[in-house]
Design a protein around this ligand. Structure first.
Ligand code: ZN
Length: 375
């Protein structure tokens, strides 16, 4: 029991299809004194024992005794500084996951946090809360959409306390609206059993799966449009194209695009942006028309889109390298997947604008986007 098992289970979920996207999610192991938490910017699938940050749990507990101001930026900066100060000696060059406090709160040896598309079909749906209580009421806690970091950890702390006093037990499952799931257990076998129950319950509801077959990386005048989009974006940007059956249906018109037209979770915002640009076929040319559309989007949202969808054609990921452009496309594909899985639960529910803005402006998230790997 310990770091070796933690490494093994992290790799297991990091490489299991449908659990994590872009290396995302995070895991931990704890004993009385120490928490080993995944470092920010490392990928679960390939993590080594050295990829975990050793944290002093006494120092983490002290964070709950402090008062932080109401100003969100100042509070998150102060909490981050306290989190950094809770690293054990010798760990100074590592950065613990932003979800460290939440991991520490769960009274289980192992905690595995992931963003599975199937679970997010429930967590990012209109009827999610009611369905979650019907499906997992006895063992799960539902946390309404909120800003990540300290606010999320505080909400979970309160909810776990309430669950404990109501049931006399510790909740093994935390479902985070518009985010993902935390599962806790005292052995890695039990973690797998918890995830097995979650996935088993949700699979029964799924009548439809996304169809990404017939993939093409070039179609019609996609190459020419990719060049145009790369020129409109920041200097040195790259645009990559994809069309498949699912994308083709989404780009039929603005209304078919609607279910993927905003953000479902923080991870989607970090890698594929909160505001994809939908381009009607008639706006493609002449070039100044597309340019005006792009500028209007920039003015409205304050940032360049990482996803541009062209009516009747397909979807472009845009980034400062081919890697980030492809990452944007794969997160967009996950948005499309989650929106299909949300159908049995009343359809996809986007994040609120104020929470989207918080992620767009959060220093921690900018760090993740820069590093190019999810937490
Ligand atoms: Zn997360």
């Amino acid at each position: 029991m310990g770091l070796a098992e933690l490494t093994e289970i992290s790799r297991f979920y990091g490489s299991a299809s449908g659990y994590v996207i872009a290396g995302g999610g995070n895991t931990s192991f704890k004993d009385q004194e120490t928490l080993y938490i995944k470092g920010s910017g490392t990928s679960l699938a390939a993590i080594e024992a050295g990829g975990f940050v050793r944290m002093d749990r006494k120092k983490l507990a002290l964070i709950w005794e402090k008062q932080y101001g109401d100003n969100a930026d100042e509070r998150e900066q102060a909490v981050l500084a306290d989190l950094m100060a809770a690293r054990s000696p010798g760990e100074e060059n590592k950065r613990p996951s932003v979800e460290t406090l939440l991991h520490d709160l769960l009274p289980f040896a192992y905690v595995v946090h992931t963003h599975p598309s199937l679970v997010n079909g429930l967590c990012c749906s209109k009827d999610g809360e009611a369905k979650a209580s019907e499906l997992f009421g006895g063992e799960a806690v539902w946390i309404p959409s909120c800003n990540p970091g300290y606010v999320l950890s505080s909400l979970v702390k309160t909810a776990l306390g309430a669950y404990r006093s109501r049931t006399g037990k510790n909740a093994a499952i935390i479902l985070l609206q518009n985010h993902g799931v935390f599962a806790g257990a005292d052995s890695t076998d039990d973690i797998k059993a918890v995830y097995g129950r979650i996935m088993g319950a949700l699979e029964k509801y799924i009548k439809e799966r996304p169809d990404f077959s017939n993939k093409a990386e070039e179609y019609g005048n996609s190459r020419e449009i990719a060049e145009q989009l790369a020129r409109l974006a920041d200097k040195g940007s790259v645009a990559v194209f994809e069309r498949n059956n699912g994308f083709a249906r989404l780009v039929e018109d603005a209304s078919s695009f609607y279910p993927v037209s905003s953000a479902l979770t923080p991870d989607h915002i970090v890698y594929s942006g909160s505001d994809p640009l939908f381009i009607n076929a008639e706006d493609l040319s002449p070039a100044p028309r597309l340019e005006a559309l792009w500028k209007g989007h920039l003015e409205k949202t304050g940032r360049a889109p990482k996803i541009a969808a062209v009516q009747g054609l397909g979807v472009f990921g845009i980034g400062d390298s081919e890697k980030t452009a492809r990452l944007a496309l794969s997160l967009f594909a996950d948005t499309a997947t989650v929106s299909v899985y949300a159908r049995p639960f009343g359809g996809a529910l986007f994040m609120d604008r104020d929470k989207i803005d918080f992620i767009n402006n959060w220093e921690v998230e900018q760090y993740r986007a820069k590093v190019g790997n999810a937490i």
